[in-house]
Design a protein around this ligand. Structure first.
Ligand code: SAH
Length: 363
């Protein structure tokens, strides 16, 4: 059964080297294989002519290359594109490509659903099914690159990757780290280190671990300048309150050149958008090299929040700017196809809820 075979997309460069070593092969085999997979976009081991026939046959017995299947492509009027990706047992995730003048950003998912339940996020409503494998995460980039005609003429459409799709990347730590290292590896997608951004709701201890093993840019979904409000919007804050989160962020960039934290702040009408809250935000992050992304709230069916008005967003931004913070309002892209921040839904079979239902039926 092919499903039992090792999926080579699950291994980063050290993993592939160890795999080839276990076959009695030299480490440079990993380089050859990565060029085929990530530069040439090849999934058939047969086509990898410089590996030699005997090795190819051995590889075919043990392994294959299985990117996740793209089942639906939805282009937006504004040039962005959303793809639906089918995984196992009816689960689907979504990824989005956002072209801009000087760059192309791919937004990928790290989990099926999300367990964090932030009060303003559509993904949280669907519950959580499971972590994505490294293959399923790097496989999203592999598929998008192929669909965008990537690599031909040496030009890549994807210049930036953000882990801002479905899921909390730091709760799928090992797979996310493997996949991001393949994004950055010259023999992978060769994306410059700073252009791979991991966005977290604030798993403080994992931010310390991340610094030890990775060099991705860090974005933090802040959304509130006080614990009382953040406890409500991002329930994870009850576990890792602001003081702990901010300390972890400082540590993450300490001693690094040209590094900053990107703070994401969703603008919710009458909830977190007052001048006093802008002032409190300034005080909270004053001594950290920072950029603030103000995200106009994107509504979805059944949600009671409203987007702050443009005037209120501008007023909030101006207070940040007046205190020498870099602040931009994120342009909403892809909202006609449900691809804007916080709208990604896919199809999630929530194990927790399913099991509860089954238990109720059984009792
Ligand atoms: N769990 C990670 C990764 C998800 S990123 C994190 O929380 O950072 C998705 C980004 O979109 C986060 O900043 C999230 O807070 C924001 N977001 C979620 N729902 C939104 C909505 N309805 N409108 C605008 N932004 C939203």
């Amino acid at each position: 059964m092919s499903a039992a075979k090792l999926n080579l997309l699950d291994l980063d460069r050290p993993g592939l080297e160890a795999f080839f070593a276990s076959l009695g092969e030299k480490a440079f085999r990993a380089e050859q294989l990565m060029k085929w997979i990530y530069h040439q976009g090849v999934t058939g081991i047969d086509a990898m002519t410089d590996l030699g026939k005997v090795l190819r046959e051995r590889l075919q017995e043990l392994a294959n290359i299985r990117p996740p299947a793209v089942v639906l492509s939805q282009p937006s009027q504004d040039g962005s594109c959303k793809w639906l990706i089918r995984l196992d047992s009816g689960n689907c995730i979504e990824m989005v490509f956002i072209p801009e003048l000087e760059r192309g950003t791919l937004c990928v998912s790290s989990q099926i659903g999300c367990a964090l339940n932030c009060s303003f996020c559509a993904t949280g409503r669907q519950g959580f099914n499971r972590n994505l494998s490294a293959a399923e995460i790097i496989g999203q980039v592999w598929q998008a690159n192929r669909l965008l005609g990537g690599g031909r003429n040496g030009e890549r459409m994807i210049t930036n990757v953000v882990l801002m799709g479905m899921g909390e990347p730091l709760l799928n730590f090992d797979n996310v780290v493997k996949a991001t290292s393949l994004m950055q590896d010259d023999l992978g997608f060769g994306i410059s280190k700073r252009r791979v951004t991991l966005s977290t709701a604030g798993v403080a201890p994992a931010i310390y671990r991340l610094r030890e093993v990775s060099d991705v840019s860090l974005a933090v979904s802040l959304h509130a300048p006080t614990d009382a409000l953040r406890d409500e919007l991002v329930p994870l804050n009850r576990k890792y309150p602001l003081a702990e989160l901010v300390a972890a962020c400082k540590h993450y960039i300490a001693g690094k050149l040209q590094r900053q934290i990107t703070w994401e702040y969703v603008m919710l009408d009458g909830i977190n958008d007052s001048p006093a809250q802008a002032q409190a935000l300034v005080r909270l992050i004053a001594d950290i090299p920072s950029k603030v992304n103000l995200i106009p709230f994107n509504p979805f069916p059944g949600i009671h929040y409203r987007r702050s008005s443009q005037t209120v967003i501008d007023r909030f931004r101006d207070i940040l700017l007046a205190h020498d913070l870099t602040a931009i309002t994120r342009k909403t892209r892809g909202d006609d196809i449900g691809a804007a921040c916080g709208q990604l839904a896919g199809q999630v079979q929530d194990r927790g809820r399913r099991q509860q239902r089954l238990a109720r039926l059984a009792s």
